[in-house]
Design a protein around this ligand. Sequence first.
Ligand code: 5GP
Ligand code: ZN
Length: 113
Amino acid sequence: MNDCLFCKIIAGEIPSAKVYEDEYVYAFRDINPQAPVHILVCPKAHIACADELDESNSVHVAKCFEAIAKIAKAEGLDKGYRVVNNCGEDGGQTVMHLHFHILGGLKLSDKMI
Ligand code: 5GP
Ligand code: ZN
């Protein structure tokens, strides 16, 4: 049994504010936004974190970034945005299903941490 929160969101078992979906990717608004635009972009395949990536599954990341470019245009982020991936405990990852945060709609801090 898959007990993954984002797998349940992708399957429609838990509601979400969807912004984009294709064969490989599901994207939805973060429930606790940290910026005017805060979207989570997930591969539909369950990959726990960036540390699990290799040449057998990296196509899912490529598809996420193709989607990110489309979503950014649709959201009007023409002045730019930040893409963040938290990996593991020290990286601050709280949901163990690979996802990329799109943060935009304001001038973001120069600092990374
Ligand atoms: P992480 O800390 O793993 O990089 O990011 C997890 C993100 O998922 C957080 O920004 C958090 O606000 C968001 N999140 C957690 N649970 C839910 C949920 O049920 N729905 C939505 N839309 N976002 C969620
Ligand atoms: Zn999952």
